[in-house]
Ligand binder design. Structure first.
Ligand SMILES: *Cc1c(COP(=O)(O)O)cnc(C)c1O
Length: 232
């Protein structure tokens, strides 16, 4: 596994996707998904200039982040349970996986206790029952006024995790729909929502073509995941 070659290839592919649609490669941020990889892999990625990392489990993040270089920034990208919000507010710079008003309220409460404002993305389930987590679009639109009223969360955009398919073209309508819903939400909120987090190892070029600002890449960067040992 050659991390440097993988990174070079990913950056080149992002730039090519941007060139196809006339977007600026600087508008796309690569988030390195570190789940299933040890602190040594994170450290090597950091040496290559990566600064933004993602984890999908609070417990794994809690064990790993203290062992990684301390200048790095971390996003929570996996399903978050209410009882983990305190740790999540403490560990992460952003929570990308807010998928209910109840969860948003708990993050708001915990952020308040920590005297912080928490940047978040709202996770949308575009495809329906096939993927487990995320707001159904209708529910999201109806919850927006209440979400907006939560002063300790700062809504920066939307995120989606579609179910895996081998053909990235199949994802295009999903990514396009997320962008449309983001515009709708921005209209309702009366603010611009700068972030659109979509695209993983198998489909990030399509996501970039459809306007992604954050691509979350694990396997294409670090190779296959190992089982991480975490404290029980
Ligand atoms: C694991 C994961 C990724 C990265 O997946 P790869 O296919 O390994 O790039 C991206 N987003 C989320 C939410 C994940 O859980």
């Amino acid at each position: 596994m050659d991390l440097e070659a993988n990174l070079t290839s990913i950056r080149r592919r992002i730039a090519a996707a941007c060139a196809r649609v006339g977007c600026d490669p600087m508008s796309v941020t690569l988030l390195a998904v570190a789940k299933g990889h040890p602190p040594e892999a994170v450290e090597e990625a950091a040496r290559l200039g990566l600064t933004l990392f993602g984890e999908n489990k609070v417990q794994e993040a809690k064990t790993k982040i203290p062992l990684c270089p301390d200048r790095l920034r971390w996003h929570m990208i996996g399903h978050l349970q209410s009882n983990k919000c305190r740790d999540a507010v403490d560990l992460f710079e952003m929570i990308q996986s807010v998928d209910s008003l109840r969860l948003a309220e708990e993050i708001h409460r915990r952020a308040g206790l920590a005297a912080k404002t928490m940047p978040v993305l709202l996770e949308v389930n575009i495809v329906g029952e096939a993927s487990k987590f995320g707001y159904p679009p209708e529910q999201l639109l109806s919850d927006l006024p209440q979400l907006k009223a939560l002063s300790r969360i700062d809504i920066q955009g939307l995120m989606t995790v579609p179910p895996w398919t081998p053909d990235p073209e199949k994802m295009r309508p999903v990514f396009r729909r997320l962008r449309e819903i983001k515009e709708q939400c921005a209209g309702i909120l009366g603010t611009s929502l700068p972030q659109l987090s979509m695209g993983m190892s198998g489909d990030f070029e399509t996501a970039v073509e459809e306007g992604a600002t954050l691509v979350r890449i694990g396997t294409a960067l670090f190779g296959p995941r190992q089982k991480m040992r975490t404290a029980p």
